[in-house]
Design a protein around this ligand. Structure first.
Ligand code: 3HC
Length: 311
């Protein structure tokens, strides 16, 4: 027999209600949420690096302003998500230390290089597009603070996806070299973007419980397929080819049959052996060291403030 608290937790989940920070929850529920929300936050913070590579080299002031706004949004998403994770009892410093130490996961996608301007288009269109596909269902996650954080984040993501689409559209309406640069970029980002949804369902150890607890609403493969279904008509408008020779419409399934990402590459990136893992971690560590004086000053100011108010 289970405790009254656990029964209440199970009822709230069964009724599709929210679990709030003050509610009783199974330790495993708390742990998997800390794992996922912290990882999501780390992804947003590391995710600023690929795009910041082009802020000083954007082709126009308009593009520079848009890119700065987008990177700033990602920073805000990260802080939003760290705050959501903190409601579960994990400290901000603890999560930061895990990232700095290299023991925390962040999304594989941010370990890829951004050698051309077209990558800013592919990241917006493919990476933020995939993020929207993954994050809209998370707005209904059973844990209140996470679901509510997602609502705000999803609104900003649609601007991110649209500006990426527009960059690619401009390039595809440009010179043959610009068209070639756009297609070459999509060829590099398409498969890593599909890996953002996680491993295949039969290789996804967290999915069953995460779906039972209504954290994950759709399986990894289901969202991946849904995302590709959204991309195909947009690729046609752009005049871009999606680099999957097995991509074909399945009338009977009313969905696309598609090839598989290179899961060996996925596991290599997760093991820290991707194109840019070392650079991303080094940059994050440097930023932490360079920012130490700000943290110290803020702490000293806070101490002085509380001392004066205590008098
Ligand atoms: N990159 C890194 N690790 C990944 C991964 C990826 N693309 N996909 C899966 N993994 C990890 C999981 O974390 C898990 O490892 P762990 O148990 O050590 O944490 C393991 O691979 C097995 O995967 P599962 O499917 O069992 O794990 P989940 O049930 O957690 O599903 C997920 C993975 C779909 C990514 C889920 O965690 C999720 O929805 N997370 C929230 C969304 C998120 O983190 N998005 C990252 C992109 S960041 C972003 O969108 C920024 C935007 O502004 C561009």
């Amino acid at each position: 027999d289970i405790s009254a608290e656990e029964q209440q937790f199970n009822d709230l989940i069964a009724q599709d209600s929210r679990i709030e920070p003050r509610d009783w929850m199974p330790e495993a529920y708390r742990k998997t949420l800390i794992r996922q929300i912290a990882q999501h936050a780390h992804s947003e913070i590391i995710g600023m690096q690929p795009e910041s590579n082009w802020i000083l080299r954007a082709p126009s002031l308009k593009r520079k302003a848009i890119l700065i706004a987008k990177v700033q949004d990602e920073a805000g998403h990260g802080l939003y998500l760290y705050s959501a994770a903190q409601t579960l009892g994990v400290g901000r410093d603890e999560m930061t230390e895990q990232l700095i130490a290299g023991t925390a996961r962040y999304s594989s996608i941010f370990n890829y290089a951004t050698p051309t301007w077209a990558d800013m288009g592919s990241i917006g269109w493919l990476v933020d597009g995939a993020a929207i596909c993954n994050q809209v269902p998370l707005c209904r996650a059973s844990y209140g603070p996470y679901g509510r954080a997602m609502v705000r984040i999803c609104k900003e993501e649609s601007f991110h996806q649209r500006q990426g689409f527009e960059i690619l559209l401009e390039l595809m309406n440009g010179t043959p070299e610009q068209r070639q640069m756009a297609q070459e970029s999509v060829n590099r980002w398409y498969w890593p973007a599909l890996m953002m949804f996680g491993p295949p369902d039969d290789d996804s150890p967290n999915s069953a419980r995460s779906m039972a607890w209504k954290i994950k609403r759709f399986s990894n493969d289901e969202l991946r397929r849904r995302f590709v279904g959204m991309l195909v008509p947009q690729a046609e408008v752009l005049g871009l080819t999606l680099p999957d020779p097995d991509l074909t419409w399945n009338e009977e399934k009313q969905a696309y049959d598609m090839g598989q990402p290179d899961w060996d590459e996925f596991h290599e990136v997760l093991a820290g052996r991707g194109q840019m893992n070392a650079q991303r971690m080094q940059r994050r560590r440097d930023a932490h060291d360079e920012g130490a004086w700000v943290r110290e000053a803020a702490a000293a100011y806070a101490a002085r403030q509380s001392a004066t108010t205590e008098r």
